[in-house]
Design a binder for this molecule. Structure first.
Ligand code: UDP
Ligand code: MG
Length: 314
């Protein structure tokens, strides 16, 4: 079986030599154990501005395990990863995606491959705890997972993009036609046999995080909006709530009017404020429902993936 380790890199010249030597070591050990027959590292240079590509080229000359793809410009982590996985889906039996910065424990690759050899299609790398992350990163991440879960995104808690996928899982994934990628959500919606491998997340080996807060926020927004249409529905709910309040306001307004306690003009004003507000929101929500349907349709997602069949040969 052939394993490809896909590593997206954006301005990672500081870590690449170490990453290469660690991953090469892992591949060596896997071969020795007989877990794999062939293994290579596929670097995807996501339009780096530093010497990342020069390094990849020079490693590939010295080390037969190193291969690389250079993207024309910076398309972001998810799309860079996709590029590598798409290639792997036709050239490897299994692919592992891992960040270049060695934050994910390369040792976890061994149990991942063992699971694959037992017939598991998707193995999620799950962080045990976030002791090395800053308080800020830990909590923003936690909030993000909660929010995603609450909005119906079926994602694995504390799993980033460190995972193994079998060829058929990769092929299922690349059949998703959408352009807004949120890989961890898409992968867990495939539904093939899966397992989890737990590891300690480390400090970035060198260099700086390529995910400043602004990128993180936009990643979270993309994640939610490319996965869930529920926010649209919540607008409709809010509209209904306001309409309900309007009814109460009407009753209250009329009572105060009859009581003679209301200032002239107040009743009509307060009633219309709530009613119009509610009506507008409800209308937006209804339009949103249709937009949501259109959104789901234009994604043209495959309706199902066949996991197994019997006596059927293609
Ligand atoms: N990355 C990428 N394109 C980008 C930003 C990041 O390919 O535009 C890669 C980066 O090289 C690394 C991975 O995505 O391998 C995760 O980035 P990083 O470690 O900076 O994120 P963090 O761990 O801080 O969330
Ligand atoms: Mg990192």
């Amino acid at each position: 079986m052939k394993l490809t380790i896909v590593v997206p890199c954006y301005n990672e010249e500081a870590v690449l030599p170490e990453t290469t030597s660690q991953l090469t070591h892992v591949i060596g050990v896997l071969k020795e154990k007989g877990s794999i027959d062939e293994g290579d590292i596929l670097y995807v240079d996501d339009g780096s501005k530093d010497r990342t590509w020069e390094l990849i080229e020079s490693f590939s000359r010295q080390n037969a395990h190193v291969t690389g793809i250079k993207l024309a410009h910076n398309v972001g982590h998810q799309k860079a990863l996709w590029a590598g996985l798409e290639w792997a889906s036709t050239h490897a039996d299994a692919a592992i995606s891992i960040d270049a910065d060695l934050q994910d424990d390369v040792e976890a690759i061994y149990p991942m491959v063992d699971y694959f050899n037992k017939g598991i299609d998707v193995v999620f790398g799950v962080r045990k705890e976030r002791t090395t992350d800053t308080f800020f990163k830990k909590n923003t991440a936690l909030t993000f997972y909660r929010l995603m879960r609450g909005l119906g995104g079926d994602i694995v808690y504390n799993h980033a993009d460190f995972r193994l996928m079998s060829r058929r899982a990769l092929q299922a994934l690349v059949s998703f036609p959408e352009r807004n990628l949120f890989l961890r959500g898409m992968v867990s919606s495939l539904g093939f046999p899966s397992a989890m491998v737990y590891y300690d997340r480390k400090e970035r080996f060198a260099g700086e995080s390529k995910y400043p807060f602004s990128k993180m926020l936009s990643f979270a927004m993309d994640g939610i909006t490319s996965f869930s249409v529920r926010p649209l529905r919540y607008i409709a709910y809010l509209g209904m709530l306001f309409m309900l309040i309007a009814v109460l306001a009407i009753v209250y307004g009329i009572c105060s009017y009859v009581d003679g306690q209301a200032l002239p003009g107040w009743t009509s004003l307060i009633v219309s404020v709530w009613f119009i507000g509610g009506a507008i929101l409800l209308a937006c929500g209804i339009i949103g429902e249709y937009v949501g349907k259109i959104y789901k349709e234009v994604k043209r997602r495959p309706r199902y993936f066949v996991e197994k069949s019997v006596n059927l040969e293609e």
